[in-house]
Design a protein around this ligand. Structure first.
Ligand code: AMP
Ligand code: MG
Length: 406
């Protein structure tokens, strides 16, 4: 049997290295910059007012008090967006709004609250220091400075900064396009009636969601029945514009294992047993797209818990790495809330719920049986307890390593 670590390396090697793509800035949300981004302009681009008020020469109003206000004629109105260049003549004030360009000669802004608000001759009741309420050009970022380092995850604030700098396109690691294809003649789409022996198809939607959460673009295909020709025909039609294909089902030791039957003669695909629970039967390799391009394929077992745990362990890390995102879930040490047993020779990923999360070592409660069809416990879990292959029994309070999900 292959170890988890060995199979992780084999699967990871199938995925492409990060590729740079230029995208409109808003479309880069959630993606990671490749290369530093430098400021093409300074911010602010010009000295401007931080308040609604009056642009003045500070020395001219140095004596102003409520009892002895200083009166200045208002020579101009400067709303935000005015594009001409004004000069403040000595002995005058300009009424100025937040964000409006400061007139040449002005060295301070008096907030409207410290005046009578007049539009003809303003009465100013307090002195202000030189530079007060002025946003100096370049005080946020200077032309040529690094705005974002390579490896930055683009969130709302980064979209804001790039847009403020006038950067309409940004270079990021592109999202991989991943096709998810489920197999099984027992599968029926949710929303339709079930006949006896049929079940609702859940892996496709689940893996599609997992792919999306991992930062890639997922395409969820209608599932195919356990028919080799159907399956191969479907692979052919989807391979063309896919960077990777994930299948579920049809890889274990039963009589109608469609994925295995269809691909076991392909020398570029291997089916192996991995020493883990859940998720022992695995397959991976390349298939040839109609044009001859080699497309990575990872074939996951059909049991829903096996499928998602396998995705977590083998596919999520390389998908994230291709997007330049940190590939691994946070791993923490925790104390077991109750005893567990584990099959010798297999690395076990048990579902768990983190009970207390205040100290350095939280308590983790294992939930649900080890069998791989218990979706309910998977949905309730916020962590996977990672039990090494050689460990067969653990007692309450024992130290375990835990992968935090979500
Ligand atoms: P398989 O790996 O195809 O032998 O399937 C193992 C178990 O998982 C069977 O009980 C299947 O019915 C179930 N299963 C397989 N594929 C899916 C799916 N897409 N959605 C829900 N259950 C599935
Ligand atoms: Mg099946």
């Amino acid at each position: 049997m292959r170890s988890v670590v060995e199979h992780q390396a084999v699967v990871a090697a199938l995925f492409p290295a990060p590729e740079a793509v230029r995208l409109p800035t808003p479309d880069a949300l959630g993606l990671v910059t490749m290369g530093d981004v430098h400021a093409p302009i300074s911010l602010p681009g010009f000295d401007n007012s931080a308040m609604d008020g009056y642009a003045v020469r500070a020395a001219e109003i140095a004596s102003a008090t409520p009892e002895h206000p200083v009166a200045l004629p208002v020579a101009h109105d400067i709303p935000a967006g005015r594009t001409d260049s004004l000069v403040l003549a000595p002995g005058t004030a300009h009424r100025i709004m937040t964000g409006a360009p400061l007139p040449e000669g002005a060295d301070a802004v008096v907030p409207v609250e410290l005046t009578d608000g007049s539009t003809s001759t303003v009465s100013i009741t307090a002195a202000v220091e030189v530079g007060k309420h002025i946003r100096a050009a370049g005080s946020d970022i200077l032309h040529g400075e690094r705005a974002l380092p390579s490896g930055t995850v683009i969130g709302a604030s980064q979209v804001g900064l790039l847009s403020a700098l006038g950067i309409a396109e940004v270079t990021v690691a592109r999202r991989l396009r991943v096709v998810v294809l489920s197999t099984g003649s027992e599968l029926v789409a949710p929303g339709t009636e079930l006949e006896h022996g049929q079940i609702y198809e859940s892996n496709g939607a689940m893996l599609t969601a997992a792919v999306t959460e991992a930062g890639a673009i997922a395409r969820h295909l209608h599932f195919v029945p356990d028919d080799v020709d159907d399956f191969l025909a479907r692979l052919d039609t989807v391979a063309d514009d896919a960077d990777a294909i994930i299948t579920s089902g049809g890889v274990s030791a039963g009589a109608f294992e469609v994925v295995k039957d269809a691909l076991s003669r392909n020398p570029d695909v291997e089916f192996v047993k991995v020493a883990m629970q859940p998720g022992m039967p695995q397959g991976c390799g390349h298939i040839a797209a109609p044009g001859g391009r080699r497309v990575p394929i990872v074939t996951l077992p059909g049991n829903p818990v096996s499928a998602l745990v396998s995705f977590e362990v083998f596919i999520r890390p390389p998908l994230r790495a291709a997007a330049e995102m940190s590939p691994h879930r946070p791993r923490v040490h925790a104390r077991l809330g109750s005893a567990v047993r584990s099959t010798p020779g297999k690395r076990q990923f048990l579902r768990g719920v983190i009970r207390s999360d205040d100290g350095a070592a939280p308590i983790i409660d294992p939930i649900g049986p080890p069998a791989s069809h218990h979706l309910r416990y998977l949905a309730a879990a916020d962590a996977l307890i990672d039990i090494p292959p050689e460990v067969t029994e653990l007692a309450p309070d024992d130290d375990v390593e835990v992968l935090r999900l979500g």
